[in-house]
Design a protein around this ligand. Structure first.
Ligand code: UT7
Length: 334
């Protein structure tokens, strides 16, 4: 019997209205539009003024449900990838479950930073593949503005707020859905990308606040070097080990941290730039949301079509990184 595959059958997303442009940042820190665009590829990002990550996530799930034409009580499970949960507990998955009215669903959060969506996607896929559930919602949502220090020019130019969600269902096409994955972590990267304040290591205190330990810290240059290699390695490996060439891949869907990292990954895979999903210019790095946000926009624009072969790839704090190979099965839109 062929293996039961999990497939994405619908995607939804939400981006807040408020735009923080490079020109706005020029007034806040010592930077220029030119520096930001040439070093990162970012022109603007979105900021959620009111509300929290669960509000971002719930909006994406509602969009997803309307596109699939099902009700919230038809969801079996909600998995949320985020590094900006509303609070340590309860999980953001519980808060989204309540907000959307998914009365029959259970769920939990996954913490894998910028690789969070891929880690959550593969976790959800297991429940579909083993026959436990029929409808698993995987959300990538981050309110990065809540942990960004807007006096630190190294980092405040990079991040934005957004969410996106996918619905996983058993594939009715035996060649469709999620085909393969490579997921990795290396905790020695902790010192280069972290948020040390507020956890059990450094519980919240006046001192942790005074030292800015509740903000994201990143040694960008160190992360850049390993991210370029890590993302390119797993993207090339997943293509090769499935007997494919770059020519047979329709879309690379990369985590949007830096345009230069994305370009290096595409080049290593032998992909033309026209086959790479890029929206970092509009949204910056939205951490767990970047990959499903690309899927959602490209699907709604009618550019992501049934039967196409996709490689999803990410690199983030941990370090965590990985790639997923899939064949798109959701009905065409746009
Ligand atoms: O998503 C999770 C994984 N994260 C990543 O993949 C991010 C990886 N890192 C990066 O994307 C890049 O390292 C950054 C975009 C963060 C930085 O780019 P860079 O080319 O590595 O720049 P740099 O840190 O080496 O800084 C170069 C110069 C420095 O000045 P000096 O020391 O050469 O005089 C910085 O102080 O640029 C300066 N600089 C800035 N200048 C204007 C740093 N930030 C800014 C800024 N505006 N915003």
């Amino acid at each position: 019997m062929p293996k039961r595959r999990a497939a994405i059958t619908a995607v939804g997303h939400f981006v807040p209205e408020t735009i923080l442009s490079n020109a706005d940042l020029e007034k806040m820190v010592d930077t220029t539009d030119e520096w930001i665009r040439t070093r990162t590829g970012i022109s603007e990002r979105r900021i959620l003024k009111d509300g929290a990550t669960s509000d971002l996530g719930a909006a994406a799930v509602r969009d997803l449900l309307s596109k699939r034409g099902i009700g919230p009580d038809e969801i079996d499970m909600i998995i949320v990838a985020t590094v900006t949960p509303d609070m340590f507990f309860p999980s953001t998955a519980c808060l989204i479950q309540e907000k959307v009215g998914a009365k029959k669903a259970w769920g939990f959060d996954v913490s894998a930073a910028c690789s969070g969506f891929l880690f959550a996607l593969m976790t959800g896929a297991q429940f579909i593949e083993n026959g436990s559930y029929k409808r698993v919602v995987v959300v990538g949502a981050d309110k990065m503005s809540s942990i960004t220090d807007y006096t630190d020019r190294n980092n405040c130019i990079l991040f934005g707020d957004a969410s996106a969600a996918v619905l996983l269902e058993p594939s009715d096409d035996e060649n469709g859905g999620i085909i393969d994955h490579i997921l990795r972590c290396d905790g020695s990267g902790e010192r280069y990308l972290n948020m040390r304040g507020g956890g059990s290591l450094n519980p919240a205190s006046h001192e942790t606040v005074d030292k800015g330990m509740h903000y994201l810290f990143q040694d960008g240059k160190s992360v850049f070097k390993v991210a370029v290699k890590g993302m390119a390695d797993v993207s090339a490996e997943i293509v090769e080990r499935n007997g494919l060439t770059g020519a047979q891949v329709d879309w690379l869907v990369p985590h949007q941290a830096n345009l230069r990292i994305i370009d290096a990954t595409a080049e290593r895979m032998g992909l033309e730039p026209s086959k790479v999903m890029i929206n970092i210019n509009k949204y910056g790095n939205t951490t767990a949301a970047t990959i499903p946000l690309c899927l959602s926009e490209w699907w709604m624009d009618g550019k992501l079509r049934k039967g196409q072969t996709l490689v999803l790839a990410a690199f983030g704090a941990g370090y965590t990184w990985g790639s997923v190979l899939m064949r798109w099965t959701a009905g065409n839109r746009g």
